[in-house]
Design a protein around this ligand. Structure first.
Ligand code: SF4
Length: 355
């Protein structure tokens, strides 16, 4: 087994150290990083502005290992789900969602999840492990490889498998590589959203990253949240979360986003809508309603359309911007809450069952 470092796994500092150790000029660090993040090459031989001799030297000192080609699932609505096999045999998923001229990628930060939200397939898996920064970034590099020439991913949401703020250091390093304009992928920070299930003590650290913040709230009372998101609510109860949201320094022209998965007979009543409006009073925000995406073995059901519309209307009458998130990619289990492997099934089997 090779002990040579994987260039894709090195941060900019370690890359500079490698370049220095090879006795090369410092600008070579930028060149190598640009090959990885801007040109998305897969091997050292492709670094054509390095001499053949330098490429051979680099090849003796390091390897370049991107994630293996993913298995691709194409939904009838245009959504693409990528199933990546990691080097240790685990798998992780990412979803590319077209919406008019926009193309949003939902990115994973963990294999499985420590949390146990009752409406989520990933939560049923338990946590296998955190993803490394390069495994996070590679989901985006690879998705970009699969686009038609000229197409670009317009926004990123860290809302796939896992709780992003439970893997903060690797997420933060991944964001550096995604947003750096000199050598990285150059994504504008305002087009990146981190979605948390409510890690309130870490919200101030997200503020420093300069990206958008979404909070997966899903309940209008503490009791309800304790039922739906037991572990997160135990760790960071609803009042603490709302206090952290109120203290969050929202930049001018931006807002927080609250996600609310609508579950039939659980949190979808008119009283819930009114209580939710009171909870969020005074916070500059918009609300995304996500009608539950059903999956086998789960007791929750999607509310009827008139119930969803009535919930939206009440919140709108209270002055909120409220959007209903259309279910995309349900036929490939790529919709919100559907990523991951169901108990007793392999990843491929989970993928083959329709909602
Ligand atoms: S909803 Fe998010 S935080 Fe909750 S179990 Fe699923 S992946 Fe984890």
């Amino acid at each position: 087994m090779t002990t040579h470092p994987n260039l894709c796994a090195l941060d900019a500092g370690h890359m500079a150290s490698l370049v220095e150790r090879l006795g090369w000029p410092s600008y070579r660090t930028r060149q190598i990083l640009q090959w990885i993040y801007q040109h998305r090459i897969r091997d050292i031989a492709g670094m054509s502005n390095l001499s053949l001799m330098d490429r051979e030297t680099l090849g003796r000192e390091a390897v370049m290992e991107r994630l293996a080609s993913p298995t691709l699932f194409q939904s009838a609505d245009g959504t693409m789900k990528f199933l990546f096999s990691l080097q240790d045999g685990l798998t992780v998923e990412s979803v590319l969602i077209p919406d008019g001229r926009r193309l949003t990628q939902c990115v994973s930060t963990q294999v499985g999840c420590t949390l146990d939200c009752g409406f989520c397939v990933t939560g049923h898996m338990g946590l296998k492990r955190n993803l490394k920064a390069h495994e996070i970034v590679d989901q985006i590099l690879t998705a970009q490889d699969h686009l038609r020439p000229g197409d670009r991913i317009s926004s990123l949401v860290f809302m796939g498998m896992g709780e992003p703020l439970a893997n903060f250091d690797e997420l933060s390093e991944a964001l550096t590589r995604l947003t750096d304009t000199e050598w990285g992928m150059g994504f504008p920070k305002r087009r990146i959203t981190i979605s948390t299930a409510g890690f309130s003590p870490r919200l101030h650290e997200v503020a420093k990253l300069g990206v958008n913040l979404a909070i997966s709230l899903n309940a209008s009372t503490s009791e309800q949240r304790a039922r739906l998101m037991p572990m997160m609510n135990r760790l960071h109860p609803l009042p603490d979360l709302l206090a952290a949201c109120r203290a969050y320094p929202i930049p001018a022209n931006r807002h927080l986003t609250f996600e609310y998965v609508l579950l039939q007979g659980e949190n979808d009543s008119a009283d819930d809508a009114v209580r939710l409006s009171r909870l969020l009073r005074g916070i500059r925000c918009k609300i995304n309603l996500i009608p539950f995406n059903e999956f086998p073995g789960n007791p929750f059901r999607r509310p009827e359309d008139p119930v969803i519309a009535a919930f939206q209307t009440i919140l709108r009458q209270k002055g909120y911007d409220v959007f209903i998130r259309h279910n995309r990619g349900r036929d490939v289990l790529g919709a919100c809450g559907q990523l991951g492997t169901l108990p007793g099934r392999t990843g491929a089997e989970s993928l083959s069952i329709g909602p």
